[in-house]
Design a protein around this ligand. Structure first.
Ligand code: SF4
Ligand code: SF4
Length: 167
């Protein structure tokens, strides 16, 4: 197992994480592993261990948490939260870690592509004739026409577009 080094930087990062909604109980984790046992992603991907993510977060190991794509694999199903005897909200902690990674421009390519699609199409993918026909088959009206200029303005002013390399 790789050595964990705790220094002032890691403490600052950990403390900033604790301020996020849902991450307040991180330090109550006693590493029982119940979250990992029932996590649907952990069952399929050996490297994805919510318990380990919680542990690394407790020690503020930002570089290790950001170094792989693991954070982006969480399905946000909240099973870990339901199973945790300490009500540690690992899924919310992962969301907070994703936000921190996003602010540093460390964005998974899939998310980058999805976000980049918004100012172009108004949706996370292009909705064309084919997609609208599928909607019609399900008795749905065509997808509403999005306001691309409004979406672009919001994404520019919030700095999101720049972070995904679009502005
Ligand atoms: S279930 Fe809760 S206490 Fe147990 S390892 Fe996961 S987060 Fe920690
Ligand atoms: S929310 Fe994420 S970490 Fe928690 S059980 Fe679901 S996939 Fe696993």
């Amino acid at each position: 197992m790789t050595e964990i080094i705790v220094n002032s930087e890691s403490r600052v990062f950990r403390d900033s994480l604790l301020k996020n909604h849902g991450a307040e109980r991180l330090m109550l984790c006693y590493q029982c592993g119940s979250c990992t046992n029932d996590c649907p992603v952990a069952r399929r991907i050996q490297e994805f261990r919510p318990r380990n993510i919680a542990r690394l977060a407790m020690y503020g190991q930002k570089e290790r948490l950001f170094s792989k794509d693991l954070l982006w694999l969480c399905a946000g199903c909240y099973t870990c939260y339901e199973r945790c005897p300490q009500q540690v909200h690992v899924s919310e902690i992962i969301s907070a870690l994703r936000q921190a990674a996003f602010l540093e421009g460390k964005i998974h390519v899939t998310i980058k592509n999805i976000v980049s699609s918004l100012p172009l199409h108004g949706y996370i993918m292009e909705i064309g004739e084919f997609e609208n026909e599928l909607r019609q088959d399900d008795g749905l009206p065509p997808a509403p026409e999005p306001s691309l200029s409004e979406i672009s303005t919001i994404m520019t002013r919030t700095g999101i577009l720049a972070r995904v390399g679009g502005g």
